[in-house]
Structures are given as C-alpha cells and as structure tokens.
Ligand binder design. Structure first.
Ligand code: PEP
Ligand code: MN
Length: 350
C-alpha cells in the first residue's frame, strides 16, 4: 500500500500518517519527492484498511501497489533516486555519471596508491578495491581485510575519492561500514537475505550486484530487502549473467538497464569488467552501458595486471581508463548526461 500525500501536506501531517500506520502494526516509509511525499507501507500480509487512512488530513489518496517490490518501484517514487555524499559533489544517479574504478583486490599500499593516483588524475570520483574477496577457490588470495580498508581510507583522505568495497558476511559488514562510503553486496550474496537485512539497518549507501542468474524481479527484491529496513540509499549494478556463450566470462545484460529504469527509481551502474572478463571488451561495453542509459560504470583497473592477485585478465591499464573517460565524456551529452571530472571537494563544501 502507498499513501500519497497532497503537495501542500505539512511535515506534521506526514508524521501523523506515519504514526497512524505504526499504530496499525505496520511500517511506514516516507519517501519525499519533488512534487509530494509518498509513504510506503510494509509489514502487512493483506490489505490495509484504506478508509481510515484516506480520511487523515493531508492525504491525497491510498493506492494498492501490486508489484512484489514496492519501495524499489516507480509506483512508490516517481523521480530517480540520487545518492549523495557529504563533503563532495559526487553523486550516483541523476544527470551526472558515476565512475567507479580500482583494482579487484587491494594487494598492498604501493599498488593501491599507484592505481588511485592515476584514477584520480583521470577524474574518477569513486575508488573500488576488494578487502574481503569472494573467491571460488579457498586457496586463492582472500583479501587483506582490515589492512585494505585502512589503505582505502588513506586514499579517500589523499585524493577525495569515495570508497566502495564489498562486505562478504556479518563480520565484514560491520568493518566495511566503519571504513567505507558505500557497501557492496556481491553477486554471490545477492540473495543472502540476512546480510541484506543487516545492510538495510545501516544508514549508508549499499550497492547490490546482480546475482549470476537473477531475474529482474529477484534483483529488485534484493534491493527491497535493504529498503524494507529503512535504508533507501540503494544502487544496483549489472555485472553479467551466466549463459551458454563461451566467448566471455559472463554475458553482460545491458537490456536490463532500460528495463530497470522503466519500473524502478534506483540508480543502476554497469560493470563491464566482471560482465565480460576480458580487458579488450571492457571499453566497448562501458561505452555501450552509458549509451543505453546506465547511471555510470564500475571498472577494474590495475597498473600491472599480469601480476594481479585477482582478475588480472579483465583489468584495464590506467591509460585505457583515461581513454575510456574521454569516450564517455563525448557519449554522455548524447543521452542527456554529463561526465564530471574528479572531485571538487572545495566547491561542494561551500
Ligand atoms: C567485485 O566487484 O570485486 C566482485 C567480486 O564482483 P561480483 O560480485 O560481481 O562477482
Ligand atoms: Mn574482480
């Protein structure tokens, strides 16, 4: 159910409707929009008695939301969600493209700083790096854990880039929440419902990567788990799905971008690195991602991919990253977007 407030409804009236919903034993989710506030209702098994709600002051109408995902749906919030970061002008969603780049894993301080410097110079606003790695083999490099988080915090201080890193489980979720700016839930954990709920209790952005065989609805239901706990700062990320194609590691499903945009207000990034697994495919698919309406891209970059401890074959060189930025800058205006070049910390602070 969704309570649509009148455009001129006062904050007190919105509050009174939320309290009324709580008294009924349900959870209210006020979602302010440009024109009016809508209040999603969750926790109800069946119909909520709309009669009472409709008569409360400031209420325009009460609507039944028929889709399985509610808070993630455009029925509940028409305008695109824009995730903002205090102290910078960087955003995810909205007109400006978000560019997330960095190595698959943080391997050591020297490696991480060398890559970060090149990315910052080329204008990346978000730095990614794995601290806790989901590896297929238990014998493969598992990540530096806390040490990697501390290195990335230093990178944020030095270059201003905001930090995105994956939480694998409850323990690493607590750690990453303390050190990073965005928590990534990886493809393998997209349906780890207890982890999603815990991420929903945080009040910081959560980036969810699409499961390897997840449908659009399953993907949005993962977002719904986070949002149902009151955390509305959710970012989606397409990273390829498993198909019969064997020319690439995964099949990057760009068609999900317009499909998601149609039904959801959440920002969607595209990761052509995991989506293809091949360095030579990353730039073409990054260009295609922006052309088809993605809110940005996430790419893996390494200065010495031949000795990378994970995902070397799909990591692009810093020079290729710079060239990708030039390409995206040209494509962006064609689709009504803009590519910001780097963090303007001073301007954002004013
Ligand atoms: C990653 O981004 O480092 C990662 C492991 O991605 P995915 O969960 O999409 O495989
Ligand atoms: Mn990787």
């Amino acid at each position: 159910m969704l309570v649509v407030m009148k455009a001129q409804a006062t904050p007190e009236q919105i509050q009174a409707v939320c309290e009324h919903i709580e008294q009924l034993g349900f959870r209210p989710h006020p979602l302010p929009g440009a024109q009016r506030t809508a209040i999603g209702i969750t926790g109800n098994q069946g119909e909520v008695d709309r009669g009472n709600l409709e008569s409360l002051p400031g209420v325009a109408e009460v609507i039944r939301v028929s889709k399985a995902y509610k808070l993630a749906s455009r029925d509940v919030k028409e305008e695109d969600t824009v995730v903002r970061f205090a102290g910078t002008d960087a955003t995810i969603g909205g007109r400006e493209l978000a560019i997330v780049a960095g190595p698959c894993s943080i391997e050591n301080r020297t490696q991480a700083f060398a890559i970060a410097e090149a990315l910052a110079k080329a204008g990346a606003q978000f730095f990614r790096g794995g601290a806790y790695k989901p590896r297929t083999s238990p014998y493969a490099f598992q990540g530096l854990g806390l040490e990697a988080l501390k290195i990335m915090a230093e990178i944020r201080d030095r270059f201003g880039m905001r930090i995105i890193t994956e939480a694998l489980d409850v323990e690493s979720l607590e750690r990453t929440a303390e050190w990073a700016d965005v928590i990534q839930i990886g493809a393998r954990n997209m349906q780890n419902f207890s982890l999603l709920r815990m991420a929903g209790r945080l009040r910081m952005p959560v980036l969810i990567k699409r499961g390897m065989s997840a449908t659009l609805e399953e993907f949005l239901m993962a977002a719904e788990y986070v949002m149902s706990e009151g955390n509305y700062q959710v970012i989606l990320c397409e990273r390829g799905v498993r198909t019969f194609s064997d020319h690439a590691r995964n099949t990057l499903d760009l068609s999900i971008v317009p499909a998601l945009k149609r039904v959801s207000h959440l920002p969607i990034l595209v990761d052509p690195s995991h989506g293809t697994g091949r360095r030579d495919s990353v730039l073409p698919m990054a260009r295609a991602a922006v052309a088809c309406g993605a809110d940005g891209v996430m790419v893996e970059v390494h200065d010495h991919p031949e000795i990378a401890l994970s995902d070397g074959p799909q990591s692009i060189y810093p020079a290729q990253f710079a060239s990708m930025m030039n390409d995206l800058e040209q494509i962006a205006p064609v689709v009504g977007r803009r590519l910001p070049r780097g963090i303007d910390v001073a301007a954002a602070a004013q």
